[in-house]
Design a binder for this molecule. Sequence first.
Ligand code: PEP
Ligand code: MN
Length: 265
Amino acid sequence: FRHGEPSEVVVPTPNGPVAFGQHHPLVVTAGPCSVENEQMIVETARRVKAAGAQFLRGGAYKPRTSPYAFQGHGESALQLLAAARQATGLGIITELMDAADLDVLGEYADVIQIGARNMQNFSLLKKVGAQPKPVLLKRGMAATIEDWLMAAEYILAAGNPNVILCERGIRTFDRQYARNTLDLAVVPVLRTLTHLPIMIDPSHGTGRAEYVPSMAMAAIAAGADSLMIEVHPNPAKALSDGPQSLTPERFDRLMQEMAVIGKAV
Ligand code: PEP
Ligand code: MN
């Protein structure tokens, strides 16, 4: 692994450059699991921007467990993200599942997300390593820390130094009360192993909106550089991940609660 000074990943957005890293303020990315329609994505973008988020997240290509579940609106969803970006100036983070979509997705995304299920898709990692957009690499649900860091190394080795690591919960023996086990101990552990910025996703990490605020606060206490939080204007009607999505009101309150703690920089 590569050691040394903590690296910073600076992402240009319409609202100005946003820096991820240990010596920078907390960066928050928020938004729905899936981009559903123009009205909901633009409304969500405005609400999370007003609450203080720097990035809008939203899936156009969705890695669903069931092939019969909503798969995402694809390229038309990317265009809706562009509309939300133009309306708010927020940067866009969206998931790439297939290398065939890299060129088009790269035109819309400010940060390209590689999801948990593709963490060890090595040919995809090599491709995003060979293009200029920063990459958010989510931890695979059964990946060891070494598996995860070696996956990041594929991107770095291919020439892209702008990698952010995202913990999103791992599979353990109990799935009755929480969807995953959010491994917050990775924050201090990764600090000894890597210079890369660290994001925590308490939404996928718990699977339940009611548990998200406390784990977001805990992530800041643990020293995370960044958070990813799913927010939906009407979680009960969401096409994916409604149970873990905060309402814009609850997200706004969480942002105020987090500001009280603040991130040590
Ligand atoms: C997501 O961010 O909506 C997602 C599918 O995440 P993960 O890859 O962590 O399951
Ligand atoms: Mn999701």
